[in-house]
Design a protein around this ligand. Structure first.
Ligand SMILES: Nc1nc2c(c(=O)[nH]1)N[C@H]1C(S)=C(S)[C@@H](COP(=O)(O)OP(=O)(O)OC[C@H]3O[C@@H](n4cnc5c(=O)[nH]c(N)nc54)[C@H](O)[C@@H]3O)O[C@H]1N2
Ligand SMILES: Nc1nc2c(c(=O)[nH]1)N[C@H]1C(S)=C(S)[C@@H](COP(=O)(O)OP(=O)(O)OC[C@H]3O[C@@H](n4cnc5c(=O)[nH]c(N)nc54)[C@H](O)[C@@H]3O)O[C@H]1N2
Ligand code: SF4
Ligand SMILES: [Mo]
Length: 643
């Protein structure tokens, strides 16, 4: 196998030591069982790889084998008989699963089926899931983890061509200036942050309404008023333009729409923007000066840029274009995704609006490739996304195949979700544990975890890495790959007869141009060195959206510590309401007071902690605690003492 220079050594080490890729987050560190004689109980040891060149792992990764040999694992297929889930053999369970889904499709049409998954699963498993969905006639195939970064991903696709990071994480070590926006990579993607940002020479600027562990590693912390991030970055851009500090040749050669963009910034004045964003004007100018002095800008963005329909993400893309920061090493947009194969799942087509390789459903070339390889004419009608699909359970969606997701994990809305799941005519769930979702299933099929399977995953910087099975699944549990092949064969016949994930990867290459030339160990796509993957090869500026909507009523609700349920281990998080001392004073509240936090149509109860790092006017809550408020669409809250 040909290897790109630089990944060669790491990949060899992986092969030599029987290591695999950590299944617990999107960074993609390499690891192996700590005690090679006892893979079943051993903890993980780090093995040097592209994302963890020092061989380090985080606390979560060290426990990557925790679920191997865990006695709570699902070990046998279960089917519902007289209301109870009872064990059975694989052939009977697969027959039942296929019959349920087929009957639903026959009765209500193929687009009454939803296929949900699978950011914890391999590229090959995800490819099979969307192939099954589309071959049966449904484009409703999606995963909720993708929606964590939907707006930023959409902005990247629109500007540069693909919904993905534009640079490799390792390049952050070469960056001059790293702008971390709405993210806490020091906790959420720790190994990458420590190896390449903390360990690098870059100036680090953290933009977040609450100081967190990442702030401690930063040179500057800026906290624009929630809802004004886009305006803030536009004001910085206006300063750069005024000073003539933009990259004129990049703008001329690689972009379009510059004049309209420049005009849209004509009214943006640092003093006025400083007032609206509540950032001192000197800080706006200081950031512009740091950017002007730096040799390119690298942005790390997390879930905190998602709140405003992508306006912040688009403003950040403008800033990158203005400074000529895409298409060269150490600069660009690093989309710090969450779950291990969240990027790969979307790349191979597990989304309702795209065929494998991020091709539009009506793209004639992509359709021709699919027709050629699958012998199927895929519907051009986009399916429902994960949120829409769940809301339609029992109505337009009557059956679901859920692979490695747990849609029922909400707190307050547990009843609503339970009703939705129960309203389905057929629910088939592939999971490694019994969950709130398997409790509603007609058929539960036991799966192997990441360290028990082979195939590939694609980590947050588009690097496609090989999984090696370094442990055995318990009992009759087996990789989702085998289960999906068997379900596919039962449901659609030909086209699911594979012996090995490598055959699926070869097929993926044939239908997805972004995977066509990639060698395992490399990153897919190019680095936009000469042209962008847009129709005209250029990145389009957009007229700036500078009218920030600020809600002056109450306190702005800000949530963080977002964590997927599987293997979540954010030990820095708590369930308290965090307020700035000034706001606590104004409300007559002190540390540890019992409080009620009221939002639109819902409220939660907790205790208060007073914290300097939270900006004034903000009520900060852990995502789990805030969930009922977030689901009700709350932007601002009232806080009262509970008596
Ligand atoms: N240990 C561990 N690591 C994980 C996970 C896990 O379960 N455990 N889960 C993974 C998953 S699925 C995900 S999605 C990622 C999440 O990774 P991150 O997105 O880094 O997660 P959060 O800690 O939620 O950080 C979001 C930050 O955005 C800020 N924020 C909120 N609103 C705004 C705003 O309007 N503007 C700005 N500028 N900032 C804002 C919040 O204050 C918070 O600091 O983590 C991944 N990493
Ligand atoms: N209240 C609240 N809700 C949240 C969040 C929050 O912080 N608070 N975070 C949000 C975020 S950021 C995300 S990404 C989502 C995550 O939500 P989900 O995507 O549902 O993810 P998890 O709960 O991590 O895992 C889903 C299931 O996958 C199973 N699993 C793990 N590996 C495999 C495998 O290889 N095969 C199979 N078949 N199953 C496997 C696990 O046992 C688990 O039951 O939740 C979102 N929802
Ligand atoms: S940073 Fe992510 S990939 Fe690396 S060890 Fe930790 S959980 Fe695993
Ligand atoms: Mo996530």
């Amino acid at each position: 196998m040909m290897q790109e220079a630089g990944t060669n050594e790491a990949t060899e080490r992986q092969e030599a030591t029987d290591a695999t890729v950590c299944p617990l987050c999107a960074v993609g560190c390499h690891l192996a069982p700590a005690d090679e004689d006892d893979a079943m109980r051993g903890r993980a040891r780090g093995v040097a790889g592209p994302a963890n060149p020092n061989g380090r792992l985080c606390a979560k990764g060290i426990n990557a084998f925790e679920s191997v040999g865990d006695e709570d694992r699902l070990t046998e297929p279960l089917v519902r008989e007289d209301g109870e889930l009872v064990p059975t053999d694989w052939a009977s369970a697969l027959d039942r699963a296929a019959a349920g889904l087929r009957d639903t499709a026959d009765a209500h049409g193929p687009d009454s089926l939803a296929f949900l998954g699978a950011p914890h699963c391999s590229n090959e498993e995800n490819y099979l899931l969307q192939k099954l969905a589309r071959t049966m006639g449904s484009n409703t195939v999606d995963n909720r983890a993708r929606l964590c970064h939907d707006n930023a991903a959409a902005a990247l696709a629109e500007r540069f061509g693909y919904p993905a990071s534009t640079l490799g994480v390792d390049e952050l070590a070469e960056s001059d200036l790293v702008l971390v926006v709405g993210a806490n990579p020091a906790v959420q993607q720790p190994v990458a942050f420590n190896a390449f940002v903390r360990g690098g020479d870059a100036d680090v600027v953290h933009v977040d309404p609450r100081a967190n562990e990442t702030t401690r590693a930063a040179d500057v912390h800026l906290a624009p008023r929630p809802g004004t991030d886009a305006l803030f970055f536009h004001a910085v851009a206006a300063e750069l333009l005024d000073a003539g500090s933009h990259d004129e040749s990049f703008v001329a050669e690689r972009t379009t729409g510059f004049e309209a963009y420049r005009e849209s910034l004509a009214d943006v004045d640092a003093v006025q923007a400083a007032a609206a964003t509540d950032v001192p004007v000197d800080d706006v100018r200081d950031l512009a000066e740091r950017i002007a002095a730096a040799d390119g800008v690298a942005i790390i963005a997390g879930t905190g840029v998602e709140a405003d329909d992508g306006a912040t993400a688009r403003a950040l893309c403008d800033l990158l274009c203005l400074t000529g920061s895409v298409g060269r090493r150490g600069a660009g947009f690093a989309l710090f995704r969450g779950l291990n194969n969240e990027q790969g799942a979307t790349d191979v087509g597990c989304r309702p609006d795209e065929l494998p390789g991020h091709a539009d459903l009506d793209d004639p070339a992509a359709r021709a490739r699919i027709a050629d390889v699958w012998d199927v004419e895929v519907s051009e009608e986009p399916g429902l996304n994960e949120k829409e699909a769940l809301a339609a359970f029992g109505e337009s969606i009557r059956g679901a195949l859920v692979v490695g997701e747990n849609p029922a994990i909400s707190k307050r809305d547990a009843d609503w979700t339970a009703e939705r799941l129960d309203a389905l005519d057929s629910l088939v769930v592939l999971d490694v544990y019994e969950t709130e979702t398997t409790a509603h299933a007609d058929v539960v099929l036991p799966a192997a975890v990441g360290v028990e399977k082979s195939g590939t995953v694609t980590n947050l910087d588009r690097r496609v890495q090989a999984l090696t099975a370094v442990a055995d699944p318990p009992g009759d549990a087996r990789p989702d790959f085998e289960t999906l092949c068997d379900l596919g064969t039962r449901l659609v016949g030909d086209g699911f007869d594979y012996d090995d994930p490598r055959e699926v990867f070869d097929e993926l290459r044939a239908v997805s141009p972004v995977h066509a030339d990639v060698t395992v160990g490399e990153r897919w796509g190019d680095d936009y060195r000469d042209r962008f993957a847009t129709p005209d090869g250029r990145a389009a500026f957009e007229p700036a959206e500078t009218d920030a909507e600020v809600d002056d009523e109450g306190l702005a609700l800000v949530v963080g510590s977002r964590a997927g349920g599987f293997g979540a281990a954010d030990t820095t998080a708590d369930d308290l309401l965090h307020l700035n001392p000034a706001d606590a004073d104004a409300l007559g509240l002190v540390e540890s007071d019992a409080v009620v936090v009221r939002g639109d149509g819902d409220s939660i109860e907790t205790s208060l902690t007073v914290e300097d790092g939270v900006r004034e006017g903000v009520a900060y809550l852990h995502a789990d605690v805030a969930d009922p408020l977030v689901r009700a669409g709350t932007a601002s809250v009232e806080v009262e003492k509970r008596t």
